[in-house]
Design a protein around this ligand. Structure first.
Ligand code: NAP
Length: 338
């Protein structure tokens, strides 16, 4: 089968950083589905894992943590899917990734793809939807259907992959959403995703919130830079508020006052935790993806795909990584077909 892989960890401008390879096709057993991958999307985790370092792989390493495709074969314990089903999923960082024609994934972290989306549009969603949904509704104490009623939510990096779906699920839950974006086109995108207000993360946040009438906010999702906004969020969060985090801090965080004085709940999300530690509830990830697909098909959520950069090959994948490394992409970038 065709795949895109690395053996060395090189800057993305080096043509050897990601290369086209032929690999033996894997076989499904146990709870695994063998999926014929039709489209993939790229996330910052791909570029972080691929980042330059001296390590060398003895065998080609395949990255990629988002896919949409069709079930080609199933393991003997599979109950949720059958051959021919259209599926979408993010997968498991401890296993080979989705940048291959055929891919093995545990059925419990797979969802039925939204019927109303193409494979390219579906591939844009899983990793970011899992992240935003688990963070807001499973780590933080908010109900997905009405838990945001009467509450304000600040979403830092609203136009990113995670922010684009976070804005939508938060609005659906009833939050008043203030997103952050720093450029005209990312501001417009946040509004299209449903944000009530958009403020600029390159300027101090507290005065901008005050100018909009928010002396305090009830909850915040920091989807960009944990250290950079830590002090500000401590200031603007209301007593008994909640902050959601997804990015590793560069150093120690001061978790005492004002966080302690205000009893602010600090919630971590790591969307690979369930598959990585094989938690007994890992099927919740598959169920979550099924739910998101139903909401997409019902017109309650929109896809976040912004651009397909061509078929799945090393040259197009290098370009997608390069674009993502700029930190200025909007929504999701996808590759489709082989
Ligand atoms: N823990 C987890 O499970 C998990 C899951 C998914 C992602 N993540 C991490 O979360 C981060 C975001 O992921 P993503 O997929 O949403 O990324 P992304 O799509 O690359 O985010 C791009 C957006 O980030 C905004 N941005 C860039 N620098 C910023 C800054 N200093 N402050 C605020 N916003 C900034 C940009 O907005 P403007 O262009 O408007 O400036 C841009 O629209 C990444 O670090 C990723 O690795 C963690």
């Amino acid at each position: 089968m065709k795949a895109v892989a690395l053996t060395r960890y090189l800057p993305i401008d080096d043509p050897q950083s990601l290369v086209d390879v032929e690999l033996p096709a894997p076989a499904a057993s146990g709870h695994d589905l063998l999926v014929r991958v039709e489209a993939i999307s790229v996330n910052p985790v791909d570029t972080k894992v691929r980042s330059p370092k001296p390590q060398v792989e003895a065998q080609p390493r395949v990255l990629g943590f988002d896919a949409a495709g069709v079930v080609e074969a199933v393991g003997e314990s599979v109950t949720r899917f059958k051959v021919g089903d259209r599926v979408y999923y993010a997968g498991d960082i401890t296993r080979p990734g989705t940048n291959s024609e055929l891919h093995l994934v545990d059925e419990r972290i797979v969802g039925a793809a939204p019927a109303s989306l193409s494979a390219a549009q579906a591939a844009a969603l899983p990793l970011t939807a899992i992240t935003a949904w688990e963070l807001l509704f499973q780590r933080m104490p908010f109900d997905p259907d009405h838990g945001g009623r009467g509450k304000s939510l600040l979403i830092i990096a609203g136009a990113g992959g995670v922010g684009s779906i976070a804005i939508q699920i938060a609005k659906r839950a009833g939050f008043r959403v203030i997103a952050t974006a720093s450029r005209g086109e990312s501001v417009e995108w946040c509004k299209r995703m449903g944000a009530d207000h958009v403020i600029d993360h390159r300027q101090p946040l507290a005065p901008q919130l005050k100018a909009l009438g928010f002396e305090q906010i009830d909850a915040a999702l920091n989807l960009a830079d944990t250290d950079r906004y830590w002090e500000t969020l401590g200031e603007v969060l209301a007593p008994q508020g909640h902050v959601g985090l997804i990015v590793e801090p560069s150093g120690a965080l001061k978790i005492g006052d004002p966080y302690k004085a205000k009893c602010i709940g600090i919630h971590w999300e790591m969307m690979f935790s369930r598959p990585r530690f094989k938690t007994p509830d890992m099927i919740e990830q598959g169920k979550l993806l099924d739910r998101v697909a139903q909401l997409i098909d019902a017109g309650e959520l929109k896809g976040t795909h912004t651009e397909t950069l061509g078929k799945i090959d090393a040259a197009n994948l290098r370009e997608t990584h390069r674009r993502l490394e700029s930190g200025a992409t909007i929504g999701k970038l996808v590759l489709a077909g082989w």
